[in-house]
Unconditional design. Sequence first.
Length: 314
Amino acid sequence: MTATTQAAKPKRTEAQRRENRTGWAFMAPFGILFAIVFIIPIFYAIYSSFFRQVTEGGGAYGGGELVNKFVGFQNFEYVLTSGDFWSGVGRVLIYTLIQVPLMIVVALALAMVIDSFVVKHITGFRLGYFLPYAIPGVVASIIWVYLYNGQISPIVKGLAAIGVNVDFFSKNVVLASMANITTWTFTGYNMLIFLAALQAIPHELYEAARIDGASGWQISMRIKLPNVRSAALLSMLLSIVGTIQLFNEPQIMQTADPGISKTYTPMMMAMNTSQGTLTPGGDGPASAVAIVMALIAGILAMIYALVERKANEQ
C-alpha cells in the first residue's frame, strides 16, 4: 500500500471506535443465543449423523453396552434407501401442494378485504384473524382432534343431523384434516404479511386510478396484486419450509387414529428414531433424517424462488 493510499484512507476517530464497540456489545447477547440455539445444534446434528449406537462386548448370552461408532455415510444410506422415509416425503409434498396455495389465497383475500374501504374497525378483524396463530401448535392440534372425534364432535354431529356422515380420521381424509389445522393456525399470520405490504402502497396510486375511471376490482388486480409479489414470495417460502417440517398435527392425531404410523412424516420418523422405537435408533440416524429433509426444503424453496424470479422478469 502506497503512502498516497494510506493518506487517502480516513482514520476512525475515538468516538467512532467507541460507537462500534457499543454496537457490537448490544449485538453480543443475540449473537451468543443465536449460536447456542441455532448454529451449534446444526453442527452437532451434522457431526452425530456420522455415528450410530452399536452394542459392543458381551458374550454368547448377550449383554454388552451401547457405544457410538463412526459409520461414515451409512445413516444417510439408510435414509435414502428407506421406503418409509420416501413414503413420508410423498405425503408431505402432497400436503404442501394442496395446503400452501390454499392458505396463501385465503390470506391474500382476507388482507385485501381488510385493506378495502368497506371494512371498518380493522384492528378487531386483524386481531381476530391473527388469534389462532397465538395458540401453540400442539394445543391447536388437541382442539381439532376433539372437533374431529365422531363421538363428541359438534361438527360431526351437526353434519350427521343433515345427512352428511364424515370421518375425519379415514385414510383418504386424514391428510386434509391435518391441512385444515395448519390453515386455521397460519392463515392469520400470512394475512398480516400481505396486509403490511398492501398498506405500504402509496395511496396516490389509488387516487390517480380512480381519476382515470378505474373500478375497485381493477385497482385490486392492476395495483394491489402486483405490489404484493414480494410479500407472496416471503409467505410461500416460509410456508414451504414450515410444511416440510410437518410434525405437530400427525403426532397429536396419532393418539386418536392408530392408522397414523410412526413414520407417517419424516419428522415423526426422526423423533421415533431418536427415541429408539424404530430400527436403527439413536441420534445418528435421526440426525441424518433431519439433514436430508433440510436439504429437500432448501431445494424446494430455491426452485420456487427461481421460478418466481423468472415469472416476474417476463
